[in-house]
Design a protein around this ligand. Structure first.
Ligand code: ADP
Ligand code: MG
Ligand code: MG
Length: 343
């Protein structure tokens, strides 16, 4: 079977994707004929020479390896593994390209990817599915540059600060809707920081989610499957620093993880049930990592988000959760490729 593994991409998670792909390349079984392609931050596609073992910046930018006709190139593979995070990778766009090229691919399809990537839309769907999420408001930067809050009844207000204070109170999290790796995500404790942070988030996306900040234990569950789901045990993140920022995710050696999480069996069962519900609610395919908050003050549990192409490095939570469930990374890749072919 000819497999194409794609990495890099135009999102802020470009380098994480390359680390994930490098791990997948290392663990994929020899029975597959694997080729790799890299997408630059500018969106240019290159074949990656298999001799390249470390994916250091720009090492694959060899002009002779340029892929000029992406569509034709894709057609020469039996299955594609788009190991891309964030914008243009996890948001339904590359999935759309693969649908049009009529190639089977791993993971979520167009609509489920797009939905999970959009924090505002995902929240609406989770609410419809009766999955608890943190109280929130939805802000939108209009084409004229004005930011408004659009309420559930579709009325709007420009008085953002009052609305936030009255509806949510402080502190809040302000997050670009279609982002990941905590890029464009801010904790705001002071009233005067609301508007500046909203402005910063709006550089990343015109849609912004404002959420009540929870004093939370962060819990994650791995899901694998199309119809019959394998749901892992619950893992716990111990971020170093105030919250799980980009730096604490990828650079801070003091952030750590623990499987299983230090929670009760009832809490774990509740979280696993809701992970399954959430995966079905977005009509997910293949894999996802469902992230939850346990409110340390009230004991309430909320779904935070679903990531449809979770980090896949050897220290990433998703492959570790699956390993804990008895599926080592080589078998996990096998299963994902099988699930891709099922459709
Ligand atoms: P991303 O898709 O970028 O990972 P998240 O919604 O997961 O975005 O937010 C990133 C991190 O910010 C979370 O892992 C958590 O540490 C913190 N965070 C986000 N929202 C909240 C919230 N409502 N309450 C407490 N912490 C939050
Ligand atoms: Mg995310
Ligand atoms: Mg997250």
């Amino acid at each position: 079977m000819k497999v194409l593994l794609i990495c890099g991409g135009q999102s802020s998670e470009h380098i994480i994707s390359r680390m994930s792909a490098s791990n997948i390349r290392k663990h994929i079984k020899d029975s597959y004929e694997v080729k790799m392609a890299g997408i630059t931050k500018e969106g240019i596609w290159y074949q990656i020479n298999d001799q390249i073992k470390d994916y250091a910046e720009d090492c694959w930018l060899d002009e002779s390896q340029l892929i000029t006709n992406v569509f034709e190139y894709l057609k020469s593979f039996d299955v594609v593994f788009p190991c891309l995070h964030g914008l243009y990778g996890e948001d339904g766009t590359i999935q759309g390209l693969l649908e049009m090229a009529d190639r089977p691919y791993t993971g979520c399809r167009v609509a489920d990817s797009a939905l999970a990537m959009d924090k505002v839309l995902a929240k609406k769907v989770f609410t419809l599915a009766n999955i608890p999420t943190t109280p929130s408001l939805f802000a939108y930067k209009r084409y004229d540059g004005k930011v408004v809050i659009i309420r559930d009844d579709q009325t709007q207000t420009e008085d953002i600060v009052s609305e936030v204070k009255e509806t949510l109170g402080l502190p809040v999290f302000i997050k670009a809707s279609r982002s990941g790796s905590s890029v464009g995500c801010y904790k705001v404790t002071k009233e005067e920081d609301i508007l500046p942070r909203l402005k910063e988030a709006s550089y990343y996306d015109s849609k912004i989610l404002i959420e009540k900040a929870i004093q939370a234990t962060e819990l994650e569950v791995g899901v694998l499957g199309n119809d019959d789901l394998l749901v892992s045990r619950v893992g716990q993140i111990m971020p170093h620093g105030e919250f799980y920022t980009f730096e604490s995710k990828y650079e801070d050696k003091q952030s750590s993880t623990c499987i299983p999480a230090g929670i009760t069996d009832e809490q774990a069962e509740y979280i696993r049930e809701n992970a399954k519900k959430a995966f079905h609610a977005i009509d997910g395919h293949g894999l996802a990592r469902c992230d939850f908050f346990l409110d340390n003050v009230t004991g309430d549990i909320y779904l935070n988000e679903i990531n449809t192409m979770p980090g896949f490095t050897d220290i990433s939570m998703y492959p570790m959760l699956l390993k804990d469930a008895g599926v080592d990374t080589s078998d996990l890749i096998d299963r994902l490729l099988d699930l891709a072919k099922q459709r």
